[in-house]
Ligand binder design. Structure first.
Ligand code: BV8
Ligand code: ZN
Length: 256
């Protein structure tokens, strides 16, 4: 199907949909200047020789807490400097002006959907902003200040309760996802009229398994991604466009 006809099909699906689920990955944040996992641009070079997949683990934090904390502290700074783009605002508008029930199920640990005004955002991989103690789990309320220029190794803050190391409140590889959050995401997909799958390479499970849940429930899936992914074959519509452009076009078409 040509791009124009794919867009027409996506618009008609969205027009009829009342319960929309957006499944977003790092590609949703790319146009806000936050590097995706598979691109290496913008990782400040300091951690270039490290694979994010190995850095984003409890083992790496145990072995090299200063290196891993330095990486996350830099990412917290990048997130704070970033702003939601038209795509985030389009999703929020579908909810606020498009009288639709919109649930965002995001793998992203940034707060861009929330800052754009989406009110139901399920962070299945946690949030960078939520700091907690690696040992006792206590929430860490003290503010952290990323250095102006990225520094490779920074000692993590200490827990006020037990003196343990403070970690970002996210799900590392090998860690289980927050069960309630993930099952709420699964339920939203099962009860949706339409799923928009935006900016994910579809390789990290169990999140990457959600489009198949939609498929099994007979819910149509629109993939918005400039590239093909392992999930493309199970999608009903493929919009090979950047998230901001495609989402802006879809929202504009259905919001009176
Ligand atoms: C789990 C937080 C149960 C951290 C993340 C061995 C032991 C244990 C588990 C496993 C194992 N082997 C495999 C597993 C399962 C593992 C997994 O799936 N591994 C993969 C690599 C095979 N999963 C887990 O470990 C999960 N837990 O299974 O627990 C368990 C427990 C113990 C033992 C066994 C099982 C936990 C996974 C969560 C990890 N944490 N994030 C942090 O952020 O630092 S994952 C992280 O990477 C992201 O959250 C995201 O999920 C993933 C990156 O993927 P994407 O978001 O898709 O981004 P990516 O860069 O890949 O792609 C970007 C896409 O955007 C591209 O397609 C591109 O074309 C597109 N794009 C680019 N620009 C745009 C665009 N699209 C639109 N517009 C644009 N402008
Ligand atoms: Zn503690």
């Amino acid at each position: 199907m040509s791009d124009a006809s794919e867009v027409r099909v996506a618009v008609s699906l969205l027009e009829q949909a009342r319960r929309v689920v957006v499944l977003s990955g790092a590609g949703m944040s790319a146009e806000s200047g936050i590097a995706t996992f598979r691109s290496r641009d913008g990782v400040a070079g300091l951690w270039d020789q490290y694979d994010p997949m190995t850095l984003a683990t409890a083992q790496a934090f145990s072995d090299e807490p200063e290196l891993v904390w330095g990486w996350y502290l830099w990412r917290i700074g990048t997130m704070r400097a970033a702003a939601p783009h038209d795509g985030h605002h389009a999703i929020a508008a579908l909810e606020s002006r498009g009288n639709r029930d919109v649930t965002v199920v995001t793998q992203n640990v940034d707060d861009l959907h929330d800052r754009a005004g989406s009110t139901r955002v399920l962070h299945v991989h946690g949030q960078l902003n939520a700091l907690r103690c690696f040992d006792c789990g206590a929430t860490h309320e003290d503010a952290v200040e990323p250095p102006a220029d990225p520094v490779r190794r920074v000692p993590p803050p200490r827990c006020r309760r037990c003196g343990g190391l403070v970690r970002p409140g996210i799900v590392w590889f090998g860690e289980t996802l927050p069960a309630e959050v993930f099952s709420a995401g699964q339920e939203a997909v099962e009860n949706a009229d339409l799923v928009l799958l935006v900016g994910t390479s579809g390789v990290v499970y169990p999140a990457a398994g959600l489009p198949a849940v939609a498929r099994a429930a007979g819910v149509p899936v629109v993939e918005i991604n400039p590239e093909e992914t392992p999930l493309s074959d199970m999608c009903d519509v493929l919009l090979r466009r950047p998230a901001s452009e495609a989402l802006r076009e879809l929202a504009t078409a259905v919001i009176a």
